[in-house]
Design a protein. Structure first.
Length: 161
């Protein structure tokens, strides 16, 4: 009995010490995965846009800032959407749903305005053609990443980069 209890306690303590390590590893794996995709995206867009070294030096800091802001704007849209969706599922009244719908609309509008403002900033650095290549390249890269997540991913059938 003592042996079983001791085994159980040692096992429980070991598991408790390992859980934070596993969580840390999972977070590191996610960061590594995000870093890898970001590096792929930068390489893809640089090639797609055919940036000169001077253009790249001026463009990437602005683009990186836009990505940070886009992430925050997207989070706000998803949060507003989640609250709206929950209100519908909970059977909230028209009076309760209306402000949530307005909040979602505002968040979506702000995200679109932010994208539009950054296009104007990009046009101060790059030609219209290169900014257009950025816009279409981002969408092609997004489609490529979605395609990679599908079971049986095959590079030959992937959207062309």
């Amino acid at each position: 009995m003592k042996r079983t209890l001791r085994f159980f306690l040692v096992t429980a303590v070991s598991v408790l010490f390992c859980l934070p390590l596993a969580a840390q590893q999972k977070k590191n794996d996610r960061n590594t995965w995000q870093d890898k995709i970001q590096a792929e995206k930068i390489a893809f867009l640089t090639t797609e846009m055919d940036l000169t070294p001077q253009e790249a030096q001026a463009f990437w800091p602005v683009y990186n800032q836009s990505e940070k802001e886009r992430f925050k704007a997207t989070e706000a849209v998803f949060k507003a959407f989640g609250e709206l969706d929950k209100a519908l599922k909970d059977g909230k009244t028209e009076k309760e749903i209306s402000p949530l719908l307005q909040a979602y609309s505002r968040a979506s509008k702000q995200a679109a305005e932010m994208d539009s403002n950054y296009i104007e900033k990009y046009l101060k650095i790059l030609s219209s053609e290169k900014v257009a290549r950025l816009v279409t390249g981002e969408e092609r890269f997004r489609q490529y990443q979605i395609h990679k997540l599908r079971p049986g991913f095959n590079n030959e059938r992937a959207p062309k980069q």
